[in-house]
Design a protein around this ligand. Sequence first.
Ligand code: GDP
Length: 193
Amino acid sequence: EAEVALVGRSNVGKSTLMRELTGHSFDTGGKPGVTRSPNHYDWAAEDFVISDLPGFGFMSGVDEERREQIKTAIVQYLEAHAEDVLVAILVVDGKSVIDIIDRHSGPDEIPYDVEMFHFLRDLGIPTVVAVNKMDKVDDRDERLDELCDRLGLLPPWKQWQETIAPITAKKGQISSLNEAVREHLHEQKRDDL
Ligand code: GDP
């Protein structure tokens, strides 16, 4: 079954985005980091299902061991479903993502978001980074260029519109994401011909 996988840290706005994409409302309550098994929903606009993978990365009140379990579950899910996952959407918080990446970058440390981005690409899954909460970002181009740099993509970000999609999920401003995802889906249909 064809699917679009949604991944991202807790609190970046995945549930909000899901609501926008599908028109359904989702349980945003619950404790952060509580593993929800990947859920399947219809995406109104396209004939695919979306799997909402549990939040990963820093989760307050969740111990290291539990975080690792969640990460492992996500990785196993993606490895098992790599064939079916046509596009992955990695949601980040545009306001804080650079700080978080830089804080967790070091000789022995790869930040989760960067790791996940490369992991998805290594699995051959086309990945769109949905940079959410852009309503809170003033220096938009600069911020998006920095994100490209951290992800190993050569700035300017405007060269990467199939990969970097600035959005404000809360206000329903997600057209850049819809376009990026559609591009990837169409590319794959062409490849299948
Ligand atoms: P999740 O944990 O990733 O599912 O995140 P949620 O969807 O629950 O959102 C976390 C918080 O971010 C909530 O308070 C949302 O209202 C807020 N949020 C989500 N999208 C946006 C956005 O585009 N802009 C702003 N300013 N806040 C947002």
